[in-house]
Design a protein around this ligand. Structure first.
Ligand SMILES: Nc1ccn([C@@H]2O[C@H](COP(=O)(O)OP(=O)(O)OP(=O)(O)O)[C@@H](O)[C@H]2O)c(=O)n1
Ligand SMILES: C[C@](O)(CO)[C@H](O)COP(=O)(O)O
Length: 459
């Protein structure tokens, strides 16, 4: 598998080790919303994009989801050809100005024809192809797809495990050819994210018409398409029963905010997690400035006398240096970063999320802990602005590896992480070299108006 680099554009196409908050909010990304289908299986009497879900067209829900997940993204809508009704419905929901910022492209006979037509209107280096039919995909899925693209994949698609046993059958559908092991099967969803150049190349090849998703065209070229976790709310509204499910999901979202959408402030009013106002008609929420949130954390580990342990700091190993004690690998820098994210997003702290009583966390690496913390932060509806962390230690000498540490941590967090180091001038337990400490702060901002998930985060 190869990571495609467009000819002559290798530098500009290279993933940044320091993705900006703007990138996470969709700057430099175009979302192609495939909405040109007729909805034959739904049988609503109108093209599916216009079929109502709790009184609003499916496309309005889909566009609201895109606007909430990636407020800075450009949007191309693939509309049923020669049919002005979709644009009119979007204008009526969001206003003529918002609808005017969308590029409207007539779709083709098949979904892949529509996407190919839409690609001609894309000017950004990254593109997400999203089914209007999957109108309720939560923002965390968009964020995960973009993060995987930022990490260098040619494509990234959301996937969920398959619950049915699936058979490969003969051409006439009457005989079983084989039964693939279910554990290796995934049902894939949208948005599917790609380097635009890779998707253009894939769509330019013959045979694309039969493609039922875009990823398979890249797979055929041997390009690197990665999977990220999909979501049950990303169901494809295909038949009438799907409308019932989708309306149930919407109804649950519209219920008054439960305890998990507010963080009690001792002695004061609840601090409400920023959300879009219910029933808001804002496609791109420009005026409602989402308030960023800061978090702080400290982590301390004592030095170990165990010769089998290795020193890990900032997700780098330090051969020859004295190791730290801990249930995990003792990487105070990574732990402080992770805990600062929890502090900022309000989803607990290192102890409550990862728990020293959990046997599966024994020896857990700083990479796993920070990576999971970043994932859970995004899943809770936040984009990560940055993390700043300082190592306080009498040794090892950190500065020669500072850049390397920053790169590694930023890669893992999917956001800029800066690292500094200091000593205590030989004062206190740190000065006596009994252990090391790291202190971190993190900045996160709400990615969308999604209610925060009603569940305990888990690894
Ligand atoms: N020529 C087409 C066909 C489909 N789509 C879009 O691709 C997505 C997935 O297609 P599907 O769910 O099959 O929608 P329809 O084609 O409308 O449904 P049906 O096959 O029942 O007619 C939908 O958002 C649909 O609007 C499209 O843009 N252009
Ligand atoms: C792209 C897709 O949603 C991935 O599961 C799916 O293949 C679209 O299929 P459809 O028949 O065009 O709805």
């Amino acid at each position: 598998m190869t990571a495609l680099q467009p000819e002559g554009a290798a530098d500009s196409a290279a993933p940044s080790a320091y993705p900006s908050p703007d990138a996470a909010a969709g700057a430099g990304v175009t979302v192609i919303l495939a909405a040109a289908g007729q909805g034959t299986r739904l049988g609503a009497g109108v093209p599916k994009a216009l079929a109502p879900l709790r009184g609003e067209p499916l496309a309005v829900h889909a566009l609201r989801g895109v606007g909430q997940a990636l407020p800075l993204a450009q949007i191309v809508v693939l509309q049923p050809p020669a049919d002005p009704r979709l644009r009119e419905a979007v204008e009526s929901a969001f206003g003529a100005e918002a609808a005017g910022r969308i590029r409207w492209v007539d779709g083709g006979a098949e979904r892949s024809d529509s996407v190919r037509a839409g690609l001609a209107a894309v000017e950004t280096e990254r593109v997400l192809v999203h089914d209007c039919a999957r109108a309720l995909v939560p923002p965390s899925v968009f964020a995960d797809v973009l993060a995987a693209l930022g990490a260098g994949a040619d494509g990234a698609i959301p996937a969920v495990p398959v619950v049915d046993t699936v058979k490969l059958v003969s051409d006439d559908g009457a005989h079983i050819s084989s039964t693939p092991p279910r554990s290796r099967l995934r049902a894939v969803q949208t948005p599917q994210g790609f380097r635009t150049e890779a998707l253009r190349l894939a769509h330019s090849r013959p045979g694309g018409v039969e493609a039922t998703d875009d990823a398979m065209l890249l797979e055929a070229l041997g390009l690197d398409v990665r999977l990220v976790p999909g979501h049950a709310d990303g169901l494809k509204v295909t038949g009438p029963l799907d409308v019932v499910l989708a309306e149930h999901i919407l109804a649950a979202r519209e219920e008054p905010a439960g305890p998990s959408s507010s963080i009690p402030t001792p002695g004061g009013p609840a601090m409400v997690t920023p959300q879009s106002p219910q029933g808001s008609q804002t496609l791109l929420p420009e005026p409602a400035f989402p308030m960023p949130r800061t978090g702080v954390a400290v982590d301390v580990h004592g030095f170990s006398d165990d010769p089998r342990r290795v020193l890990w700091l900032a997700c780098l190993d330090w051969p020859g240096e004295r190791a730290l004690e801990g249930h995990s690998d003792g990487d105070v820098v990574a732990h402080a970063c992770a805990d600062a994210l929890f502090s900022a997003s309000g989803i607990g702290d290192l102890g409550s999320v990862f728990g020293v009583d959990r046997p599966d966390m024994a020896g857990a690496s700083g990479e796993r802990i920070l990576g999971e913390a970043a994932r859970l932060t995004r899943e809770a509806g936040f984009v990560i602005g940055n993390i700043a962390v300082q190592l306080v230690a009498q040794g090892p000498v950190f500065s020669p590896r500072r850049e390397e540490a920053q790169r590694r941590l930023s890669e893992i967090a999917g956001a800029p992480v800066t690292v500094s180091a200091t000593t205590t001038d030989h004062l206190g337990f740190l000065g006596r070299k009994e252990g090391v400490m790291a202190v971190a702060s993190a900045l996160v901002a709400p990615a969308a108006g999604q209610p925060r998930p009603e569940r305990e985060p888990s690894v």
